[in-house]
Design a protein. Structure first.
Length: 193
């Protein structure tokens, strides 16, 4: 029985080992209040049987979208290996303890940036952002606490789809849907690629 999470973790590790740039980069698709799609790249910071975690500004467009419509899809693509993984499901906030632990591991300047950036809102000039970073650095010269507007989300997969390229575009595409009755907890279904 194939466990799609284990396959994902294996593929990600292979991408890392091969020196792929930003191997954890994934497209995050959300839905806005009007029902329109929105997509952008984010970085995967953790994946286990509970789901796929990324961090962001809660007051960003994606933060508001996920607050009102808590579902998302993720899409990874490792061109070097001709592989794609899609992850689809509801989204939940990570705990404060998880967000604190990850924030603490970030570079000092990234921590300052998290305070200074009003992500997704209009910015008059890059200079204004740099000034805001300098202001935060003065306020928190040593340890930088996690901003209240900065945390993470976990996409809990309803399904995970593994795609790998085949010859003459006869690709291999299998969607694994979570199913408590199925062997291993995932029901596989092969789809036309
Ligand atoms: C490779 C890559 C990784 C990124 N990782 C993140 C991330 O982990 N978190 C984040 O908030 N934005 C990240 N961004 C920036 C987002 O793509 C986006 O510009 C920003 O989050 C604002 O999106 P929004 O206005 O839809 O909320 C990344 C961009 C790129 C190109």
């Amino acid at each position: 029985m194939v466990d799609p999470l284990l396959v994902f973790q294996g593929w990600l590790q292979e991408a890392k080992d091969a020196g792929v740039r930003e191997p954890t980069a994934m497209a995050l698709a959300t839905v806005d209040a009007q029902g329109a799609p929105a997509v952008r790249m984010v970085l995967l910071k953790h994946a286990d049987e509970r789901g796929f975690v990324f961090y962001t500004n809660l007051e960003s467009d994606k933060g508001h979208q996920l607050a009102t419509h808590a579902r998302a899809e993720l899409c990874f693509h490792w061109a070097h290996f001709e592989r794609q993984v899609r992850v689809h499901g509801p989204v939940e906030p990570v705990t404060d303890a998880e967000a604190d632990a990850y924030f603490a591991s970030r570079a000092h300047k990234s921590k300052l940036g998290a305070w200074a950036s009003q992500q997704s809102r209009p910015l008059e000039s890059q200079g204004k952002l740099l000034k805001a970073v300098a202001g935060v650095a003065l306020k928190h010269p040593l340890s930088v606490p996690r901003p209240p507007h900065w945390s993470g989300f976990r996409v809990v997969p309803d399904w995970i789809e593994l795609w790998s390229a085949g010859e003459f575009r006869l690709h291999d595409r299998v969607r694994y849907t979570r199913d408590a009755e199925a062997e291993g907890g995932w029901a596989p279904r092969r789809l036309y690629p």
